[in-house]
Design a protein around this ligand. Structure first.
Ligand code: ZN
Length: 174
């Protein structure tokens, strides 16, 4: 397993629309392993393949509590159905928008149809954090990040901050 580099806003690759996977083979499984490792390393609870620069419709998630048994989830070619009219609000963060939080309202429940790690067709009913998380990750597959939900002014402030963070990372003290 390899920890991959997570792309951050405003990287144009994050705006790409991801393509469906033909079948779940060794290559896809290796990608899912890497994605999971990368997500754990970055202390995230969800990651879409495009966030490491791969435009495939693949998502990994793990909502287990820290220190508890890990519960990795894999979604290939996910499709969301039956979104609830009732919305729930979370302050969402994103590994591609580091250290920023945005309030987002999303349907509080939904269903997701997908292929699992072994390529088997699955259907999962989601609520609360799980519903929010899968909807957040699904938007990455459409080239959308949480910056869609903030005002133009706030977006440019956040982007300015992120570009500063990047410059700092490049700094070396000798
Ligand atoms: Zn995200």
């Amino acid at each position: 397993m390899t920890i991959r580099k997570i792309l951050t806003e405003p990287d144009p690759i994050l705006k790409k629309i991801s393509s469906p996977v033909d079948e779940v083979g060794a290559e896809e499984q290796k990608l899912m392993d890497d994605m999971l490792q990368t997500m754990y390393d970055a202390k995230g609870i969800g990651l879409a393949a495009i966030q490491i620069g791969i435009p495939k419709r693949i998502i990994v998630m793990d909502l287990s509590k820290e220190g508890k048994t890990k519960e990795p989830m894999y979604f290939v070619n996910p499709v969301i159905k039956n979104k609830n009219q009732v919305l729930s609000k979370y302050e969402e963060g994103c590994l591609s928008v580091p250290n920023q939080f945005v309030e987002v309202n999303r349907p509080s429940t939904c269903e997701v149809e997908y292929l699992d790690y072994n390529g088997e067709k699955k259907n999962l009913k989601c609520d609360n954090l799980l519903a929010t998380c899968i909807q957040h990750e699904m938007e990455h597959l459409q080239g959308i990040t949480i910056l869609t939900y903030v005002s133009k002014l706030k977006r440019s402030m956040i982007l300015k901050k992120l570009s500063k963070q990047k410059t700092n990372e490049d700094r070396v003290v000798l």
